[in-house]
Design a protein. Structure first.
Length: 368
């Protein structure tokens, strides 16, 4: 029996060292004094594009950059409709810029997680305290993030557990040689961590031909970042550093078909009309329908997520018995978040709102 569906946003991953959405731009554009290798090349490529499209000069100050929602939305609206974004940026260039942004984001998320893991603080310990007492058999996660924080920490804390994204998601491994990935048979009778990644995940690859979704060990997400950009694109991004380009991987079932990523980016027009997203949203619906309690951690219920908010309200009203609702929030926006939930769920919240984050009281309430 599913006791809890735990819905997590960026505030949850903040406990593992990842930035909140408002801090993504700063982390993406960290000075070249702090980053090197492919990340440095990607940042150097993105600076001129943003400077040309949003500013009259090159801007290295993240506070002067546009919001990522504005950046991705403008790119998507132009590229997806086959139009230029200014005379210097035809659709093909815009698609490369978009992929460069995603590749840099994946690297940033992985680097931030590993940095916090190497130097844990009270937030890291609080997250560990929560997840240690979360049993995969009776709990499941629905995440609106791209990152794999919950998967990585749960696998670290619950040995022998495997991940279940859904019946049609295939576990895979990277090749030791060549460019064809391999599928991995699930371990028999191992505990399953059920996770619905409704905006995609940084450890997934997708085949545009057979439409299979392959997932990899969350700790190997940097390998996904290597997959996003072709050798031809890397020659445009970093013509003096050809070593950044990696051989792109192919589907194990479709010879010659290069695997890709499908991530719903920070855009006001998220591209959710793909089979992999349909599968994830169906999984999320099943979890929300069967869970006795919905626990929201680090998610502000923003107006931009209207598709997900509609899913929540539709399932809440369709159930014979509505779920208990628990909210864990914190930081400067906690009052606004509490107001959002009060307006959406009304008196169903009662006193089940924790305004100070993952305190001992909040953790005890969720895990008992």
């Amino acid at each position: 029996m599913l006791e809890q569906a735990i819905i997590i946003g960026a505030g949850f991953s903040y406990y593992a060292g990842l930035p909140l959405q408002a801090g993504f731009t700063t982390q993406l554009l960290r000075s070249s004094h702090f980053i090197k290798g492919p990340s440095k090349r990607l940042v150097e490529y993105l600076f001129p594009f943003v400077s040309d499209t949003f500013h009259p000069r090159e801007e290295h100050d993240p506070d002067r950059w546009p919001d990522l929602e504005d950046l991705f939305t403008c790119i998507d609206l132009s590229a997806n409709s086959g139009h230029h974004f200014g005379n210097k940026h035809p659709p093909a260039v815009l698609r490369t810029v978009r992929r460069a942004l995603i590749a840099r984001t994946i690297r940033m998320l992985s680097q931030a997680y590993n940095a916090k893991k190497a130097k844990p603080d009270k937030n890291w310990l609080a997250l560990g305290s929560l997840l240690t007492d979360i049993t995969p058999d009776t709990n499941a996660f629905i995440t609106l993030n791209w990152d794999t924080v919950v998967e990585e920490r749960m696998l670290e804390l619950h040995a022998g557990t495997t991940i279940r994204y859904g019946a049609s998601f295939i576990r895979a491994s990277f090749p030791k040689s060549g460019n064809r990935i391999s599928t991995v048979k699930p371990k028999p009778a191992s505990p399953e961590l059920r996770v619905a990644e409704i905006h995609g995940s940084i450890n997934w690859l997708y085949c545009d031909n057979c439409r299979n979704v392959y997932w990899f060990n969350p700790q190997e997400s940097l390998r996904i970042a290597d997959q996003i950009l072709s050798k031809e694109e890397w020659r445009c991004i970093a013509p003096k550093s050809p070593g950044n380009a990696k051989e792109q991987l192919e589907c194990p079932k479709c010879e010659g078909v290069v695997l890709s990523t499908r991530i719903a980016t920070f855009s006001y027009r998220k591209a959710l009309d793909f089979p992999m997203f349909h599968q994830s949203w169906n999984n999320a619906e099943q979890l929300l329908t069967t869970a006795k309690r919905w626990v929201f951690i680090g998610y502000s219920l923003p107006a931009a997520d209207y598709e997900f908010k509609y899913l929540l309200k539709r399932i809440e009203l369709a159930r014979p018995k509505p779920p208990d609702v628990v909210v864990v929030t914190g930081g400067d926006g906690s009052l606004t978040t509490r107001k959002n939930y009060r307006h959406f769920f009304g008196t169903r919240l009662n006193n089940h709102v924790f305004n100070d984050g993952l305190t001992d009281d909040a953790i005890a309430y969720i895990t008992t």
